[in-house]
Ligand binder design. Sequence first.
Ligand code: TYD
Length: 142
Amino acid sequence: METTVILLKPDCLAAAKAGEVIGRFEAAGFVIRGCKMMQLTSDLLREHYSHLLQLPFYPEIEGFMMSRPVIAMAIAGDNVIERVRDLLGPTNSTKAPKGTIRGDLGKDVMHNVVHASDGLETAAAELKRFFADGELFDIPAG
Ligand code: TYD
Protein backbone atom coordinates (compact mmCIF):
# COMPACT_ATOMS: atom_id res chain seq x y z
CA MET A 1 0.00 0.00 0.00
CA GLU A 2 1.49 3.34 -1.10
CA THR A 3 0.93 6.83 0.29
CA THR A 4 1.10 9.98 -1.83
CA VAL A 5 1.14 13.67 -0.94
CA ILE A 6 -1.54 15.97 -2.31
CA LEU A 7 -1.60 19.76 -2.11
CA LEU A 8 -4.90 21.47 -2.86
CA LYS A 9 -3.45 24.62 -4.42
CA PRO A 10 -4.62 28.22 -3.93
CA ASP A 11 -6.77 28.16 -7.09
CA CYS A 12 -8.59 25.05 -5.82
CA LEU A 13 -9.47 26.73 -2.52
CA ALA A 14 -10.30 30.08 -4.17
CA ALA A 15 -12.83 28.29 -6.40
CA ALA A 16 -14.25 26.35 -3.42
CA LYS A 17 -13.45 23.03 -5.12
CA ALA A 18 -11.67 21.30 -2.21
CA GLY A 19 -14.72 19.15 -1.47
CA GLU A 20 -15.11 18.09 -5.08
CA VAL A 21 -11.45 17.14 -5.41
CA ILE A 22 -11.35 15.25 -2.12
CA GLY A 23 -14.60 13.53 -3.16
CA ARG A 24 -12.95 12.25 -6.32
CA PHE A 25 -10.11 10.74 -4.28
CA GLU A 26 -12.57 9.15 -1.87
CA ALA A 27 -14.70 7.82 -4.75
CA ALA A 28 -11.54 6.18 -6.14
CA GLY A 29 -11.25 4.30 -2.84
CA PHE A 30 -8.24 6.11 -1.39
CA VAL A 31 -7.88 6.51 2.36
CA ILE A 32 -7.02 9.84 4.00
CA ARG A 33 -4.05 9.37 6.36
CA GLY A 34 -3.32 13.04 7.03
CA CYS A 35 -4.84 16.44 6.29
CA LYS A 36 -3.95 19.98 7.31
CA MET A 37 -4.18 23.55 6.15
CA MET A 38 -0.89 25.40 5.90
CA GLN A 39 0.65 28.63 4.63
CA LEU A 40 3.60 27.61 2.45
CA THR A 41 6.83 29.55 2.87
CA SER A 42 9.47 30.58 0.36
CA ASP A 43 12.00 28.21 1.98
CA LEU A 44 9.69 25.22 1.83
CA LEU A 45 8.72 25.95 -1.78
CA ARG A 46 12.33 26.34 -2.88
CA GLU A 47 12.94 22.83 -1.53
CA HIS A 48 9.70 21.39 -2.94
CA TYR A 49 10.20 22.92 -6.40
CA SER A 50 14.02 22.72 -6.46
CA HIS A 51 13.80 21.24 -9.99
CA LEU A 52 12.15 24.50 -11.18
CA LEU A 53 14.35 27.07 -9.42
CA GLN A 54 16.29 27.91 -12.58
CA LEU A 55 13.15 28.76 -14.57
CA PRO A 56 12.80 32.50 -15.23
CA PHE A 57 9.21 32.42 -14.01
CA TYR A 58 9.92 30.47 -10.80
CA PRO A 59 9.09 33.60 -8.70
CA GLU A 60 5.62 33.60 -10.27
CA ILE A 61 5.06 29.96 -9.29
CA GLU A 62 6.25 30.68 -5.75
CA GLY A 63 4.04 33.77 -5.51
CA PHE A 64 1.02 31.79 -6.64
CA MET A 65 1.68 28.94 -4.20
CA MET A 66 2.01 31.46 -1.34
CA SER A 67 -0.99 33.56 -2.37
CA ARG A 68 -3.21 31.85 0.19
CA PRO A 69 -3.04 28.78 2.44
CA VAL A 70 -3.20 25.32 0.86
CA ILE A 71 -4.51 21.99 2.13
CA ALA A 72 -1.90 19.24 2.37
CA MET A 73 -3.15 15.67 2.41
CA ALA A 74 -1.60 12.22 2.60
CA ILE A 75 -3.74 9.59 0.91
CA ALA A 76 -3.13 5.88 0.64
CA GLY A 77 -4.14 3.03 -1.65
CA ASP A 78 -2.84 0.42 -4.05
CA ASN A 79 -0.72 2.12 -6.70
CA VAL A 80 -2.03 5.46 -5.43
CA ILE A 81 0.89 7.54 -6.76
CA GLU A 82 0.28 6.67 -10.40
CA ARG A 83 -3.49 6.50 -10.08
CA VAL A 84 -3.72 9.99 -8.57
CA ARG A 85 -1.51 11.40 -11.34
CA ASP A 86 -3.90 9.77 -13.83
CA LEU A 87 -6.90 11.34 -12.06
CA LEU A 88 -5.18 14.75 -12.24
CA GLY A 89 -4.23 14.66 -15.92
CA PRO A 90 -1.14 16.40 -17.35
CA THR A 91 0.48 19.46 -15.74
CA ASN A 92 -0.95 21.83 -18.35
CA SER A 93 -4.68 22.07 -17.60
CA THR A 94 -5.44 23.19 -21.16
CA LYS A 95 -4.08 19.84 -22.40
CA ALA A 96 -5.83 17.75 -19.74
CA PRO A 97 -8.78 15.70 -20.97
CA LYS A 98 -12.28 16.35 -19.67
CA GLY A 99 -13.01 14.01 -16.81
CA THR A 100 -9.62 14.63 -15.22
CA ILE A 101 -9.35 17.02 -12.27
CA ARG A 102 -7.14 19.49 -14.15
CA GLY A 103 -9.20 19.11 -17.34
CA ASP A 104 -12.42 19.91 -15.47
CA LEU A 105 -11.20 22.46 -12.91
CA GLY A 106 -7.81 23.83 -13.99
CA LYS A 107 -7.10 27.01 -15.94
CA ASP A 108 -3.55 26.74 -17.30
CA VAL A 109 -0.11 25.29 -16.47
CA MET A 110 0.34 27.11 -13.17
CA HIS A 111 -3.29 27.18 -12.05
CA ASN A 112 -3.70 23.41 -12.14
CA VAL A 113 -5.62 22.76 -8.92
CA VAL A 114 -3.62 20.00 -7.26
CA HIS A 115 -0.05 18.86 -6.65
CA ALA A 116 0.60 15.13 -6.31
CA SER A 117 3.84 13.24 -5.74
CA ASP A 118 5.27 11.81 -8.96
CA GLY A 119 7.10 8.72 -7.70
CA LEU A 120 7.92 6.55 -4.70
CA GLU A 121 11.03 8.53 -3.75
CA THR A 122 9.40 11.93 -4.08
CA ALA A 123 6.37 10.70 -2.13
CA ALA A 124 8.63 9.61 0.74
CA ALA A 125 10.48 12.96 0.69
CA GLU A 126 7.24 14.95 0.51
CA LEU A 127 5.67 13.01 3.40
CA LYS A 128 8.60 14.14 5.55
CA ARG A 129 8.48 17.67 4.12
CA PHE A 130 4.81 18.31 4.80
CA PHE A 131 3.92 16.09 7.79
CA ALA A 132 5.50 15.84 11.21
CA ASP A 133 5.55 12.68 13.30
CA GLY A 134 2.09 12.26 14.75
CA GLU A 135 0.31 13.94 11.83
CA LEU A 136 0.05 10.74 9.79
CA PHE A 137 -2.36 8.01 10.83
CA ASP A 138 -2.60 4.33 9.93
CA ILE A 139 -6.25 3.97 9.02
CA PRO A 140 -7.68 0.71 7.72
CA ALA A 141 -9.58 0.96 4.39
CA GLY A 142 -13.37 0.55 4.43
P1 TYD B 1 6.18 20.08 -12.36
O1 TYD B 1 6.83 19.43 -11.19
O2 TYD B 1 6.92 20.08 -13.67
O3 TYD B 1 4.72 19.45 -12.69
P2 TYD B 1 3.68 18.64 -11.78
O4 TYD B 1 3.08 19.61 -10.79
O5 TYD B 1 2.64 18.13 -12.76
O6 TYD B 1 4.43 17.52 -11.12
O7 TYD B 1 5.87 21.61 -12.00
C1 TYD B 1 5.42 21.98 -10.73
C2 TYD B 1 4.45 23.11 -10.86
O8 TYD B 1 5.08 24.27 -11.34
C3 TYD B 1 3.31 22.82 -11.83
O9 TYD B 1 2.27 22.08 -11.23
C4 TYD B 1 2.89 24.22 -12.20
C5 TYD B 1 4.20 25.00 -12.17
N1 TYD B 1 4.77 25.13 -13.53
C6 TYD B 1 4.45 26.24 -14.31
O10 TYD B 1 3.70 27.12 -13.86
N2 TYD B 1 4.98 26.35 -15.57
C7 TYD B 1 5.81 25.40 -16.10
O11 TYD B 1 6.24 25.55 -17.26
C8 TYD B 1 6.14 24.26 -15.29
C9 TYD B 1 7.06 23.18 -15.85
C10 TYD B 1 5.60 24.16 -14.02
